[in-house]
Every structure is written in structure tokens, then in C-alpha cells.
Design a protein around this ligand. Structure first.
Ligand code: BGC
Length: 749
């Protein structure tokens, strides 16, 4: 069977090569360079594409693809120009930022990663592909797999958090969900993993900032999710904006060719990020000609928006600054992508008006999105079981995020139709409105500073600022709070407070909202904080003062319903953090898999002189990686290992029995961590190596076993050789990265 599949793949490759060879023989140099061009199209108006500037370029064969054009009608119109007016009739590839869903929007990726459920992650990508492809799109700029450990960086919202192992599992699931087994089917789309590489490690968390790290950290902690996407067969890769080792990723030959192609065997094409080539002028790499030549020679195949390659590479070729081989290689890779997508066979493969009408934002997709959203929420605190709420009495729903649909989908929801999203108020009313009296007031604006609020409400996501005095807005809320049995405070960030170019130097809830929360707490009524955020926030005060905190991130188009499902206990929360929540901004970067140092603080201690710690805050995070509560409780037995001493390629079984000791059914994410106690280079205090999400009925117990082999012990050593080293290991299993049961084993070579 395997042999047959391999043979099939080989014969398809041979066919593709013959096709592309024949086509390239007919192409002029200009036409080849044209394929490398991915210009910005602006918003093309239906019926007018033919007269646009872009139309002229397409007819001249100077465009390889376009992106972020929405609707079959528009895409068809533009594709027609390529296949009817250009000399060689080469179809265009149509991309879009389909980041966490199309019109049916799923939670922002950071939220989705907290589900720790790879089936759901894959499902979300599958549905996104289904909807996008029904609307003309065949290529998505997703998944974003940048490891991020700095919550100041707004784009932490777009990735899967701080951990390389979890990030790699998610990268694979997303690529599989988008691409399926056959890219030429009309409901699968090509995936583009981004932003290669290390974009999430920007200095000071400022977007587009410089990164600088050891190769060991790159290979062990930041590269794995990109590599996982490549191993999963991702069709394309996007270069990142930042520099690496002093060379912008877009011109970094070591990164784009030596690592990506030679070490990892990537065979698809590499696209720049938006004007990535032009920006190298500001990086200080040279003028546009120099930047474009360096990009091409480094391994860039397609130039997004800036047209540096289109306009300067012919000259560079004459001057010997680029080679014809580099142009040919890039052109071939783009033609191959189009071939794999089946565009040469049928350029309108993804342009079926009927599918567009029947397959987008369907009730079935929305139902799945509602469930997936509920799985992404993380219950951070639930003192005295304030949650779930009773389906009776009066609730006061208060906060600037309580009644705003536009902010529900979250950052980077390009295809979303905001009118279709459901606000929390609407969700609550529709889910429990017949049993529960719901009062609503805004309570405060997002922030006292109206200019800040404007910046935090771009792309049609305004919170419609209330111009009345703050005291009046707040009093109205206190009045309804006094009439209620319980207060639900919908506070936090607006969706555009995270995402691209949305870095923050403070990671707290804006002061006016904190004042509101304090005033609500003063009423003496129980308060549930429903926290909207695209990043870890510093919530020490909120944690100390509020009985219950449910972190809902930005849950997508169905978030309003999903939050209601969880608040009222129809869904038991099971999300676990994929990123550490610090106590304060000064602890950043703080992540669970740090090194031990030569002067570690003793366990349980707050401060010891001449140890690695702070004078004014303990080393502990507020909420550790992997943490999240449930409406039930799980207890863990001690860990059992099949052997305490192992040799060579033997495998170890480590298991625990997990018991649902509460009164409701629930899901628990059982996590396996390993510490390599001695190494030729220092090793982290623990590393996630496996996880299983299990369902347990009230009172039920299950034994969860992990099989560990030397493969799980491998790391990149000083010489960047990937291998394992004999010695002592601590095997840990628990419900988060802090609270674990452990056993020691020795593993000899
Ligand atoms: C972002 C990318 C995105 C691209 C195209 C850039 O600004 O960094 O993540 O895919 O725009 O919209």
C-alpha cells in the first residue's frame, strides 16, 4: 500500500515536472518574474476589475497571484483576466488571511491552542478551508506558529503560545485541516506557515522588533513548530519581518535555504511578508534593487506587495547580481503550487457560486464553532463555586465588552461579517433569557483616553464610545448591579488591543475598567469576571479580589452563545493555558521551561539573598502554563513507571490514575513533562513531551499512560546535532506545569 502511494506520488511529480518544464520553455524572462509578483490589489469592485491598474499587469503576465479579495464574483472576474488576456493564460493563485475561520469564526489561535484538542484544532482549519474555498480562495496565510513568551507583543494572540511541543502538534493539525490529503480537491486549500522565523521573540515585545538568540535556543525552542508544519507537508512558508543573526529573514540565506530547504527538505515556495523586501531598505540592507536581489538569492520565491522583484530583478540579472537559476527555481515553485491546486486543469475550481451560497456560515459550521469556542475558555478562578450560574434570578451584565458584536471574532478576522457575530448580551438572552432576568449597562468605556480607544477599535471594531461623564456611566451600572443576584463583568481588552502592531507596555486591564470592577465588588454581590483578552494579562489584583474569572479570549462569531453555555454549566470548561500569566510585567519574559541557573531559588521560597529572584515579587507566575480549572475536581495518583533503569531503545511507560472527584462530568488535559537532569549543555527545568485530553464522569477514574522512547529525550546539542544523552531523568505528570507527580529514571545508552 505504502509502495503504491509512493509510486503514485512519484508519477504525479514526474507529470508535474513535465508540465512545468514545457510551460517554462514558453515563458519569457518577464513572464517568469511576473509569477514571483504578489501585488496588493486593494478592494476590487465587481464589474470594474477589467479596467484597474492591476488588470493591465495581469494581462501583461506580471502577476502571479492576489490576496484578500473576497467573493467568487470578484475572484472569477480577475481570474478571467489572467486566463483570457495574458499570453500564456497562467491562472492566478488567490490567497487570504484565513487565520481562525472564514465567515464562521473560531477563537483566536491563542485561545484555540488552550483547547489542547488536536481534533478540534484540525476541524476548525477544515471548516475554514471548506468555507474559504467555497468563496474562491485556494491559499491561506496560516498557521502562524511563532513561539511567543512576551505578552507585550500583540501578535501573541495569533499563535499557540510559549511551548514548542504543543505548538508543533497544533502546526501539524492546522496544516492537515487546511490541506487534507489532496490539494487539488476544490475544498482544500494550500497552507502557508508563518512567520519564518522567530518573529515572536521581538525585543521588548515591540512589533517588527529585532530578534537575537543563540542557535541552540532557535533549534530547541523556536524552530520546532515551523519544522512540524514542513514535516506535515505545508505548501508554502512566509518569511518574517525581523532580522536573525543580523540579517533580515527575507534576505537570510542560511534560514531560507540552508535550514528550510537543505536541513528540513522543504519543497514548496517561500513568500515574503507584506512589503518585506522594501522594508529591508530601512533595515539598512541597501536600496530596493539590492534588497530584492538579496531576497531572491536567499531563497524568496514570491514578493508580497512591494514589487521590488518585478521592477529591479531584470536589471540585477544583467548586472550579474542574481542568477537565472534563482529566477527559474522561484518561478517553478510557484507554478508547481498552482499545479498542485489543480488550477491549470480548471482555473475556476474554487469559484462555484452555488458552493458560496450553501457552504459558508452554515448552521452546522456555527454549531461546531460554538462548541470549539467553549473548549478554548480557561477558568482561572472559581472560589466557592460561584460558577456555574443558576438559570434563575437576575443577572447584571456590565462592561464595555458586554454588548458589542464586532469585537467577538477577534483580531485577524478578515472574512468575518461582523453583523453576523453574536454579542455576549444577545448570547445570554438567547440561551437563558426565558428563565433569567438580564439587566445590562456599559459601566465604563474601554479606556479613559479616547485616542487610545480609537487605536484599539480599528477595522470597524469600534466600541462606540459613550460620551457621558464616567461617573454617570458607572452609576448606571451600580444601580442595576444592586438589583441583581449576580454580576457578570465583561471586561478586558478590545480585540484590536492585540494582533499586528498592537503591542502594549502595560498588560493590565485599563484603569477605568478596574475602577468599575472595584465598584461592582463593593456592592457585595458575587462578581464573575468574564475576561476578554488576546494576551496574558497581569491580573494579580483581580485574582485576589474577584471570586470567579473565566478567560474567554476572543471566541469567534459564536462566542456570545459559547460564553453562555459555559457560564450556565451546559459546557464544563476544560481549557488549559498555553502561555504563562505573570504576576506583573516586570517578570516578563516568564515561561515554564526555563533553565535552572547556577543559583536557583529553593522550592517554596520567596526570596533568598544571592539566589536568582526579585526583591519585590516572587518567581511564581500568577497562572502557570498548562493551568485551567473545571467545574469538577480531578485528583492524580502517584506516578507509576514501568522501569527505573532503561537502556538504549527500550521504551518506558509512565502512568497515573486520574479521578473525577467532583459531582459533574468533565474533561481534563493530562500533561507529561520530562527533565533531563544532566546534559552536555544545560537543559530546561521541564519540557512538555505529551498530553492526553480525557473525559471523566463524576466519580470515574481512568489510568492514563504515556510511552516514552529515546526519541522523546532528543535535543539539539552544542553542535546542533539532534540526539539524546544517557543519564537521569525526572518524569512528571500533572494537570498543569506546576502541580505534577514525579518519578526518577536512569536511561543508559
Ligand atoms: C502580516 C501577515 C499577513 C500579511 C498579509 C502582514 O502584515 O504580518 O501575517 O499574512 O500581512 O495580509
Amino acid at each position: 500500500m505504502l509502495v503504491t502511494t509512493q509510486l503514485n506520488a512519484q508519477s504525479q511529480d514526474t507529470k508535474m515536472k513535465a508540465f512545468v518544464d514545457a510551460l517554462m520553455k514558453k515563458m519569457t524572462l518577464e513572464e517568469k518574474i511576473g509569477q514571483l509578483n504578489l501585488p496588493g490589489s486593494g478592494d476590487i469592485v465587481t464589474g470594474q476589475a477589467g479596467n484597474s491598474d492591476i488588470a493591465k499587469k495581469i494581462s501583461e503576465g506580471k502577476v502571479g497571484g492576489l490576496f484578500n479579495i473576497k467573493s467568487v464574483a470578484k475572484i472569477k472576474e480577475v481570474q478571467k483576466l489572467a486566463v483570457e488576456r495574458s499570453r500564456l493564460k497562467i491562472p492566478l493563485i488567490f490567497g487570504m488571511d484565513v487565520i481562525h475561520g472564514y465567515e464562521t469564526v473560531f477563537p483566536i489561535p491563542l485561545g484555540l491552542s488552550c483547547s489542547w484538542d488536536m481534533n478540534l484544532v484540525e476541524r476548525s482549519a477544515r471548516i475554514a478551508a471548506q468555507e474559504a474555498s467555497a468563496d474562491g480562495i485556494c491559499w491561506t496565510f496560516s498557521p502562524m506558529v511563532d513561539i511567543a513568551r512576551d505578552p507585550r507583543w500583540g501578535r501573541i494572540a495569533e499563535g499557540s503560545g510559549e511551548d514548542a511541543y504543543l505548538g508543533s502538534q497544533i502546526a501539524k493539525a492546522m496544516v492537515k485541516g487546511y490541506q487534507g490529503n489532496d490539494l487539488s480537491r476544490n475544498n482544500t486549500i494550500m497552507s502557508c506557515v508563518k512567520h519564518y522565523a522567530l518573529y515572536g521573540a521581538a525585543e521588548a515585545g515591540r512589533d517588527y522588533g529585532t530578534t537575537d538568540m543563540s542557535h541552540q535556543r532557535m533549534y530547541n525552542e523556536y524552530f520546532p513548530p515551523y519544522k512540524a508544519a514542513v514535516d506535515a507537508g505545508v505548501g508554502s512558508v512566509m518569511a518574517s519581518f525581523n532580522e536573525i543573526d543580523g540579517v533580515p529573514a527575507t534576505a537570510n540565506r542560511w534560514l531560507l535555504t540552508d535550514v528550510l530547504r537543505k536541513q528540513w527538505g522543504f519543497k514548496g515556495f517561500v513568500v515574503t511578508d507584506y512589503t518585506g523586501i522594501n522594508e529591508m531598505i530601512d533595515h539598512g540592507i541597501g536600496d530596493l534593487q539590492m534588497a530584492s536581489a538579496r531576497a531572491l538569492m536567499a531563497g524568496i520565491d514570491m514578493d508580497m506587495v512591494g514589487e521590488g522583484i518585478l521592477n529591479t530583478v531584470p536589471k540585477s540579472l544583467k548586472e550579474g547580481k542574481v542568477t537565472l537559476k534563482a529566477i527559474d527555481d522561484a518561478c517553478r515553485r510557484i507554478l508547481e503550487a498552482k499545479y498542485k491546486l489543480g488550477l491549470f486543469e480548471d482555473p475556476y475550481r474554487y469559484c462555484d457560486e452555488n458552493r458560496a451560497k450553501t457552504e459558508i456560515f452554515t448552521m452546522a459550521n456555527r454549531t461546531e464553532a460554538r462548541n470549539i469556542a467553549a473548549q478554548s475558555f480557561v477558568l482561572l478562578k472559581n472560589q466557592g463555586n460561584v460558577l456555574p450560574l443558576k438559570k434563575s434570578g437576575t443577572i447584571a451584565l456590565i462592561g464595555p465588552l458586554a454588548d458589542n458584536k464586532e469585537n467577538m471574532p477577534g483580531t485577524w478576522s478578515v472574512a468575518a461579517n461582523f453583523a453576523n457575530a453574536t454579542s455576549l448580551l444577545t448570547g445570554l438572552k438567547e440561551v437563558v433569557g426565558s428563565q433569567v432576568k438580564i439587566l445590562h449597562a456599559r459601566g465604563s468605556n474601554l479606556d479613559t483616553d479616547s485616542l487610545f480607544e480609537e487605536r484599539a477599535g480599528m477595522f470597524g471594531k469600534s466600541l462606540r464610545r459613550d460620551s457621558r461623564p464616567a461617573s454617570v456611566i458607572m452609576q448606571e451600572a451600580i444601580d442595576i448591579a444592586n438589583q441583581s443576584d449576580v454580576i457578570v463583568a465583561a471586561l478586558g481588552e478590545s480585540s484590536e488591543m492585540s494582533g499586528e502592531s498592537s503591542s502594549r507596555s502595560s498588560i493590565e486591564i485599563p484603569a477605568i475598567q478596574k475602577e468599575l470592577l472595584a465598584a461592582l465588588l463593593k456592592t457585595g454581590k458575587p462578581v464573575v469576571l468574564v475576561l476578554f483578552t488576546g494576551r496574558p494579562l497581569a491580573l494579580k489584583w483581580e485574582h485576589e479580589n474577584t471570586a470567579a474569572i473565566l478567560n474567554v479570549w476572543f471566541g469567534g462569531s459564536e462566542a456570545g452563545y459559547a460564553i453562555a453555555d459555559v457560564l450556565f454549566g451546559d459546557t464544563n470548561p476544560s481549557g488549559k493555558l498555553s502561555t504563562t500569566f505573570p504576576q506583573n510585567i516586570g517578570q516578563v519574559p516568564i515561561f515554564y521551561n526555563h533553565k535552572n541557573t547556577g543559583r536557583p531559588l529553593e522550592a517554596g521560597k520567596w526570596f533568598q539573598k544571592f539566589r536568582s529572584n526579585y526583591l519585590d515579587v516572587s518567581n511564581e507566575p500568577l497562572y502557570p502554563f498548562g493551568y485551567g480549572l473545571s467545574y469538577t475536581n480531578f485528583t492524580y495518583s502517584d506516578i507509576k513507571v514501568s522501569s527505573k533503569s532503561l537502556k538504549g531503545n527500550q521504551s518506558l511507560t509512565a502512568s497515573v490514575t486520574v479521578t473525577n472527584s467532583g459531582t459533574r462530568a468533565g474533561k481534563e488535559v493530562v500533561q507529561l513533562y520530562i527533565r533531563d537532569l544532566v546534559g552536555s549543555v544545560t537543559r530546561p527545568v521541564k519540557e512538555l513531551k505529551g498530553f492526553q485530553k480525557i473525559d471523566l464522569k463524576a466519580g470515574e477514574s481512568k489510568t492514563v499512560s504515556f510511552t516514552i522512547t529515546p526519541e522523546d529525550l532528543k535535543f539539539y546539542n552544542y553542535d546542533l546535532k539532534y540526539d539524546w544523552e544517557a543519564g537521569d531523568f525526572v518524569i512528571m505528570i500533572g494537570g498543569n506545569s506546576r502541580d505534577v507527580k514525579s518519578a526518577n529514571v536512569n536511561w543508559a545508552k
